[in-house]
Design a protein around this ligand. Structure first.
Ligand code: DUC
Ligand code: ZN
Ligand code: ZN
Ligand code: ZN
Length: 484
């Protein structure tokens, strides 16, 4: 049974043109005028775009004494409802759990996914076992990206010694280091001081994590990555200080990528001034929401290309879970949601306001992360041979975001009351129509793991892996690098 998407305008990261899209099974087989298929999906008045990729989620994550509330079933349903056809979730080993054992438990949980998915691996300590496992994970398990927490002292945090060794190992194996960039030592001191002075509420969470702790850590991670000869991906870039460091590195020719969240683009720190404890605690995440100046910096970075991908860090907790931190802000589980709303919000407040072009929208919601994470053009593309992960986007469909109609299992939504114009008419996951307007046709377990090869696979074939990773590598190869 073939399907044809008829009468729409294709929008990719670089082209806008009218054409039909023919799908056989799970793949795109033809793009052009007047195509015929067994089933017709009417795209009149719509844009046909690559399905969104959320490069940053935490589904059913063990964290701060509990598990995040959305799992691979509700989380991927939420994604599909809003046009996101793939998530990349963070495998977070428990203390003393091996990375390979954590990988197995993530595969088990993800078997419920409604959309395709891939994984990043978190490096939460450093030893000989991890050194060895990294090679197996990169070369045999289809994971090429490894996250380092520079915060969460006493649990997930790694120090510079551990991080630098990990970066060097990744440079050698063709892996991509990721960082959660906040100075965890400084955060821990500020938290203790604030608490001791009687600040126990959610607003103190934001005071304990000012932009400077993020700027410092981002600068440090960039320089460590440069010395290790590795590229770097900075997750949830939330402030000008971090963005500035990324801009500067990119200008010097380093492969450094920044990822703002839809939450940081739209929600500001006035949320923590709300006297309703539940309201403020529901918005506690790290990094915290910032002021309007930082938001403007992030929007500018997306248009200028100094920031690459818009993600969600989807990590939801119910109000009951948030209340674990009543009386002590340090115990409020950190995290907010956004999977269902990321694309409609970015379209409404980005494309419709003129801050982003439609092509930039596709780049930052899908294509850039597919390229950076090495799964392009299977994902992130409208091309013959690519997976038919597509969204038929109706720029006229509107709704008001409400927890009453969302797929996420929690009882609130940090974007409650936001009006969006621009929503999927159809969402397709590997050729299957999984959403038709407000009707969900998802199938639990339909999603598949998307393996991603190490970056060496391409570069080795060209014989230039050492040369293309970073200017530092070029310098070592005897050619002066740019910059200082
Ligand atoms: N920040 C959050 O807010 N939640 C999950 C992990 C993180 O770094
Ligand atoms: Zn993080
Ligand atoms: Zn995260
Ligand atoms: Zn299926």
């Amino acid at each position: 049974m073939s399907k044809v998407i008829k009468g729409g305008t294709i929008v990719t990261a670089d082209l806008t043109y009218e054409a039909d899209v023919l799908i056989e099974g799970e793949r795109i087989v033809a793009i052009g005028p007047d195509l015929k298929g067994d089933e017709v999906l009417d795209a009149t008045g719509c844009y046909v775009m690559p399905g969104g990729i959320d490069p940053h989620t935490h589904l059913e994550m063990p964290f701060m004494g509990t598990y995040s509330a959305d799992d691979f079933d509700s989380g991927t349903r939420a994604g599909l409802a809003g046009g996101t056809t793939m998530v990349v979730d963070f495998i977070t080993p428990r203390p003393d759990e091996s990375m390979l054992s954590a990988l197995q438990s993530w595969h088990n949980r993800a078997s419920r996914a409604n959309s395709d998915y891939s994984f990043h691996m978190c490096v939460t300590s450093w030893n000989r076992e991890i050194f060895d496992e990294m090679k197996v994970i990169i070369e045999e398990k289809g994971i090429n990206s490894f996250k380092h927490f520079m915060a969460y002292k006493g649990s997930l945090m790694v120090d510079d010694d551990e991080m630098f060794q990990s970066f060097q190992r990744l440079a050698e194996l063709g892996g991509l280091p990721l960082v959660h960039a906040e100075n965890g030592d400084v955060v821990a001191q500020m938290q203790a001081k604030l608490y001791a002075e009687g600040n126990t509420g959610p607003e103190a969470h934001a005071y304990s994590r000012p932009p400077e702790v993020e700027g410092e850590a981002t600068n440090r991670a960039i320089m460590l990555a440069d010395m290790a000869g590795a590229p770097l991906y900075v997750v949830h870039t939330s402030c000008e200080q971090a963005h500035e460091a990324i801009r500067r590195a990119r200008q010097k020719g380093m492969r450094v990528y920044g990822e703002p969240l839809i939450q940081h683009l739209l929600l500001d720190d006035s949320e923590y001034a709300n006297p309703d404890w539940d309201h403020s605690a529901a918005r506690v995440m790290s990094p915290p929401f910032r002021n309007k100046l930082h938001q403007n910096s992030l929007w500018a970075g997306l248009a200028a290309g100094s920031l690459s991908c818009v993600a969600t860090d989807h990590c939801t907790f119910t109000i009951a879970q948030k209340r674990n931190g009543l009386g002590d802000f340090r115990k409020i589980p950190n995290g907010t949601g956004g999977l269902e709303d990321r694309m409609p919000l970015l379209w409404t407040y980005g494309v419709r306001t003129g801050r982003l072009t439609m092509n930039e929208f596709v780049a930052v919601t899908s294509t850039n992360s597919a390229k950076i994470l090495n799964m392009y053009p299977r994902k992130g593309a409208v091309l013959v041979g690519a997976d038919a992960d597509l969204v038929v986007w109706d720029p006229k469909r509107s709704k008001v975001i409400s927890p009453k109609t969302q797929q996420s299992v929690i009882e609130y939504n940090v974007f409650d009351g936001y009006e969006v114009t621009g929503l999927p008419r159809f969402t397709l996951s590997r050729g299957k129509v999984v959403v038709e307007e407000a009707t969900m046709k998802t199938e639990e377990g339909h999603g598949k793991f998307v393996p991603r090869k190490p970056f060496t696979a391409v570069a080795k074939a060209l014989g230039q892996w050492k040369d293309i990773v970073s200017p530092r590598r070029v310098e070592r190869a005897g050619i002066p690098a740019t910059g200082i």
